[in-house]
Design a protein. Structure first.
Length: 94
């Protein structure tokens, strides 16, 4: 399945539903959500929606992190990520 097809499969509230299931099903207070595989920033609006849902639902106590090759990073995106407390790892593995 192509990345665009995977991203489409998370639309229409599916990412919210998956995150809600995670927050309601995983016991304990120390939770972490990691976005990786493919390139999470190919559909940045979807990524933003998921992060905003996490922050609205679970607050700042949840660690949110992502891995990226950095190709789609811009100063505006980095500022947005910083404002939401998202940890970013840039992979330089070719």
């Amino acid at each position: 399945m192509a990345n665009a097809e995977r991203a489409l499969s998370l639309r229409n509230g599916r990412s919210d539903k998956a995150l809600r299931y995670f927050f309601n099903s995983v016991p304990g207070g120390d939770k972490k959500v990691t976005f990786l595989g493919g390139e999470p920033f190919l559909d940045f609006p979807l990524f933003q929606r998921a992060v905003d849902y996490i922050r609205k639902t679970a607050g700042d106590s949840v660690v949110v992190q992502t891995f990226t090759n950095g190709v789609n990073l811009s100063q505006d995106k980095m500022d947005w990520l910083d404002s939401r407390g998202v940890f970013v790892t840039v992979s330089l593995d070719g």
